[in-house]
Structures are given as structure tokens and as C-alpha cells.
Design a protein around this ligand. Structure first.
Ligand code: NAP
Ligand code: MG
Length: 500
């Protein structure tokens, strides 16, 4: 295992306020965020109150009910989104730097997140121009149906810490393209790029009140958004547990919900796979974003005929992975989000050992030299994990891969589907029958074949089972933020019902 160089000592503490109705303003309370690789404070966020949330909701409500944004042409909204994408491109390096420092992810990944986010904004700009309703002119003479798509209203967005900008960008530009107004509540650990986005939206000419950001805790600000009767839709990304709390809090207002929740994806390796590509892919699936990824390929399901040889290659490659400080250009893996999370991961590995698993590599904390004091964990591979072990089912959200062997396609499908989650899975096979037939039997919103954690703005993503419901990205991601209205028109006189 190699470790690499130290943090950037020139970092200043960035200060952020609440962004409400076109004005950035301080809050009564603040929180500080330290880079989890160095312990150095990098940002100060406003801790919004329930009253701040209410003000932001009122601004978004007023803009939606009587402002210009929902009434603009798609072309005008598209032009705004193109300007926003341009400003994000101008500030890309700054945004990546903030993202890496606050979340602990390697700068190389943070740059990927920023360019992915820009791609989503540009795609949403194209949808603002091209999406439209439908006309039914085949209902018989004198009867015409218009199926219109209206913006669904004021949208609350609550996001987690693992991909702060990218997950916001899976929601915000699509909602704006549709004509909605928004109040966002980012994770209190990684709020920087969400407030930066609000600043850029303003610079790009978004009217005041269309996009508001209230930073602060989930139990205060998030809860206020969930309960509000003035919010029409809540779009949440985070854990299944918090998602359930939000659903219950939102129930009395009957608001529309979109839930992007946890996952426990499998990488299924068949004997006829390109084993070199599969080795790289399986490792990428579990180590991408230091394993702090909802679609992380945390479970390897490998055919028994190739298992030993495949694992030998996988372990050897895992030992060459470079863990480094978030701003280290050469780091493949970064720091974990917070100390409690790191300890939870270690406890889950200890539990796996108790349940009979064998740790093939890793399993410990890293802290030598430039990593001293940071929250770093070795890439870890845990073999002999049976479906009755807790680690087979629970989200670990760290660089930990479990290994389970199978002998038939039916068994592989059964193991993959045996968890409560259904966000994504990956299949490695060069046999089209095996690959496609397996893909069709997996219960997850996404299946990757001979690739993993891949994507494009045109392709929707989301969960089934306890991974939630609703889709983000693609045309489906735009439609989430629209309400269908049917307008039925009779021209001429309809056959009367009453006989007198
Ligand atoms: P989390 O604990 O569920 O928090 C997510 C967001 O919800 C945060 O902004 C949090 O605020 C807020 N929140 C907490 N309690 C709340 C409440 N009572 N009411 C309203 N909002 C509340 O998730 P996390 O730890 O940040 O992120 C990791 C989880 O997200 C994992 O389970 C992962 O699988 C999931 N995830 C899913 C996807 C997907 O697309 N399906 C993508 C990424 C991550 P605070 O600032 O107080 O924490
Ligand atoms: Mg949390």
C-alpha cells in the first residue's frame, strides 16, 4: 500500500450564510467543518433555524405562485441553465477543491463530480427546450384532450454528504427546467458547494426566491421542510432510516415524495468474464469515493470455479491502491467523512469476523506519515461471507468488499436479490445470454453489464425495494418535477344524458 503527500497549508476558512430570497445573510448560530484528512477547519456554515426555513419556503412559495419563473418559456429557462453551466465551468477547480476538502474525497474524483454536475445542468437545459405535453386528437369528433405538464410547485431538496454537488445537480437543474422553485438543505458537513451554487444561480440571473438554501441540521431545517404545508414536493437523498422519518413527517401534508435511499449492490462475476476488466471493475465498484457511495459494489458474488484465482488478483491489486489526502493529486482513496463513521465501519468488520468471515486484506486504520490524524481506512476484502451474516445485508459505506461464492446463475440471482435494497448491481460476463438474462432478473433500478458506476445525464437512476422510489436524471428525472394536468375539450354539443 502506498500513501502520499500532505495537505495544502494555504487553505482559508470559507464562510457561508443562508441564501434566502436572493440575499445571503448570516445566521444566529454557526458550525465549523474540518477537512477529515487533516483535521484543519476549512469552512464555517450558518446553522439555520425553523424560522429561517419558514422564510425561505415563503419566498419560494411567493415566487412560484406569483413570480416570473414558472411562467417563462422553456427557452428562457434553458438559457439560464446554460449560463449557470458556464459559470460552473469557470469555477470548476474551486468547486472541486471545496468538495474534496469538506467531504474528504480525492480531488481527482471531485473534479469528476463537478464535470458530471455541469453535464446534468446542460442536459436539463436541453429538456427545458424540448419537453412538452401531448394532444389526443383521436378521441372522436368534437373531443380533444390536452395532457399538459406543469411545474409541480415548491420543491424541498434534502441531500447527503457523499456527493454534495452531484446529488444536488441530479435534482436542481431538472426542477428549474420544469419551472419549480426550490428550498435546499444540504448536509451540515458539506454545505459549501450548495451555497456556491446559489451564488452562481444569482450571477446567472435567476430571480430572487427561486433557489433558496437553508443550511443547518436535519432535525431542525430538514424536519421543517418535511412538515411544511407550503412545499408541494420533497426530493430526498440519504439513508433509508432518515427517509422513513421524512415520509412519516410529510404524510399529513400529502406532499409528493422522491426517495433516493441506501443500497447494497452486488458485483456478479461469471467464469466467462474478461477477468482483467472484472478485477479492475470490482475494485472500482467498492472503492470509488472511498466506498461512501450509495451504488457502491459492496458485495462480490463470484463463481466458485474461478473464485480463488480471481481473489488472488483482486487482493494483489487492492494492495497497490493509493490512499492520500483529499488534495493529493495521486490519491485513489481519500478520508472518511467523520470519526464515528470510521469506527462504525471497523465495528462492522469485527462483527463479520465473529460471523465467520475471513479478512483477506486490510481491516485496519491508516495513519502513518502524511495520513497522521486523518480518517483513513485500508481497502478491505472479507471472504467467506454467508447470506446470514449481518455484513451481507447492512450498508457499510466504506472501502470494504464482502465475498460470497455461487455455483449457478439461479444462485447468483438469488444472492443478489436477497438484500432489502435495490439500487444497482453489476454483471461481469462476455456471454450475452448470461448477461442479459441475469440483468432482467435483478431487482434494482440500475444494472451495469461489463462496467460499473457508469452513467450519462440521459440515463435515469433510482431505487426499488427499500432503496426508495422516484427517478433522477434522464427525461424521467425531469418528469418527477412536473404535475400532469388533463384538459378535456368538447367542441360542438355532446349527446345529452337527461331525457327531459
Ligand atoms: P442521512 O443521515 O440520511 O442524511 C441525509 C440528509 O438528511 C442530511 O442533509 C441530513 O441532515 C438530513 N436529515 C437528517 N435527519 C433528518 C430529519 N429528521 N428530517 C429531515 N432531514 C434529516 O444520510 P447521510 O449520512 O448524509 O448519507 C449517507 C446515506 O445516504 C447512505 O445511506 C447512502 O446510501 C445514502 N445515499 C443514497 C443515494 C441515492 O441516490 N440513493 C445517494 C447518496 C447517498 P444533517 O445535516 O443533520 O445530517
Ligand atoms: Mg447523518
Amino acid at each position: 500500500m502506498t500513501t502520499t503527500t500532505a495537505a495544502d497549508p494555504t487553505t482559508e476558512v470559507r464562510k457561508y450564510g443562508l441564501f434566502i430570497d436572493g440575499t445571503e445573510r448570516p445566521a444566529a448560530k454557526h458550525s465549523e467543518r474540518a477537512n477529515p484528512g487533516t483535521g484543519q477547519v476549512v469552512a464555517r456554515f450558518a446553522r439555520g433555524s425553523a424560522e429561517d426555513a419558514a422564510e425561505a419556503i415563503a419566498a419560494a412559495r411567493r415566487e412560484f405562485d406569483s413570480g416570473t419563473w414558472p411562467r417563462l418559456s422553456g427557452a428562457a429557462r434553458s438559457q439560464f441553465l446554460h449560463r449557470l453551466a458556464g459559470l460552473m465551468r469557470r469555477d470548476a477547480e474551486k468547486l472541486a477543491h471545496i468538495e474534496a476538502e469538506e467531504s474528504g474525497k480525492p480531488i481527482r474524483l471531485a473534479r469528476g463530480d463537478v464535470s458530471g454536475s455541469i453535464g446534468l445542468v446542460e442536459f436539463a437545459a436541453s429538456l427545458a427546450m424540448t419537453e412538452h405535453g401531448a394532444i389526443y386528437d383521436n378521441l372522436g369528433e368534437g373531443f380533444t384532450g390536452l395532457v399538459t405538464r406543469e411545474p409541480c410547485g415548491v420543491v424541498g431538496m434534502i441531500t447527503p454528504w457523499n456527493f454534495p454537488l452531484l446529488l444536488l445537480s441530479q435534482k436542481l437543474p431538472f426542477a428549474l427546467a420544469a419551472g419549480c422553485t426550490v428550498v435546499a438543505k444540504p448536509s451540515e458537513l458539506t454545505s459549501g458547494t450548495t451555497v456556491e451554487t446559489a451564488r452562481l444561480c444569482q450571477e446567472a440571473g435567476l430571480p430572487a426566491g427561486v433557489f433558496n438554501v437553508v443550511t443547518g441540521s436535519g432535525s431542525v431545517v430538514g424536519s421543517a421542510l418535511s412538515k411544511s404545508f407550503d412545499i408541494d414536493m420533497l426530493s430526498f437523498t440519504g439513508s433509508t432510516q432518515v427517509g422513513n422519518t421524512i415520509s412519516a413527517a410529510a404524510a399529513p401534508s400529502a406532499k409528493r415524495l422522491s426517495m433516493e435511499l441506501g443500497g447494497k449492490a452486488a458485483s456478479i462475476v461469471f467464469p466467462d468474464a474478461d477477468l482483467e476488466a472484472a478485477t479492475e471493475g470490482v475494485l472500482f465498484a467498492v472503492l470509488f469515493n472511498t466506498g461512501e457511495c450509495c451504488v457502491s459494489g459492496a458485495r462480490l458474488l463470484v463463481h466458485e470455479d474461478i473464485a480463488d484465482a480471481f481473489l488472488e488478483g483482486l487482493v494483489a491489486k487492492a494492495r497497490t491502491v493509493r490512499t492520500g489526502q483529499p488534495l493529493d493529486e495521486d490519491a485513489d482513496l481519500g478520508a472518511l467523512i467523520h470519526e464515528q463513521h470510521l469506527n462504525d465501519i471497523l465495528a462492522k468488520v469485527a462483527q463479520a469476523r465473529e460471523d465467520g468471515a475471513t479478512v483477506l486484506t486490510g481491516g485496519g486504520r491508516l495513519g502513518a506519515d502524511s495520513l497522521a490524524g486523518g480518517l483513513f481506512l485500508e481497502p478491505t476484502i472479507v471472504d467467506n461471507v454467508t447470506p446470514d451474516a449481518r455484513i451481507f445485508h447492512e450498508e457499510v459505506f466504506g472501502p470494504v468488499l464482502t465475498v460470497t461464492r455461487f455455483s449457478t446463475v439461479d444462485e447468483a440471482v438469488g444472492l443478489a436479490n436477497a438484500v432489502e435494497y435495490g439500487l444497482a448491481n453489476s454483471i461481469w460476463s462476455k456471454n450475452i445470454d448470461t448477461a442479459l438474462n441475469t440483468a432482467r432478473r435483478l431487482r434494482s433500478g440500475t444494472v451495469w453489464v461489463n462496467t460499473t458506476i457508469d452513467g450519462a445525464p440521459q440515463l435515469p437512476g433510482g431505487g426499488v425495494k427499500r432503496s426508495g422510489y422516484g427517478r433522477e436524471m434522464g427525461v424521467a428525472g425531469y418528469e418527477e418535477f412536473t404535475e400532469v394536468k388533463t384538459i378535456q375539450i368538447r367542441t360542438g354539443v355532446k349527446e345529452p344524458f337527461f331525457r327531459s
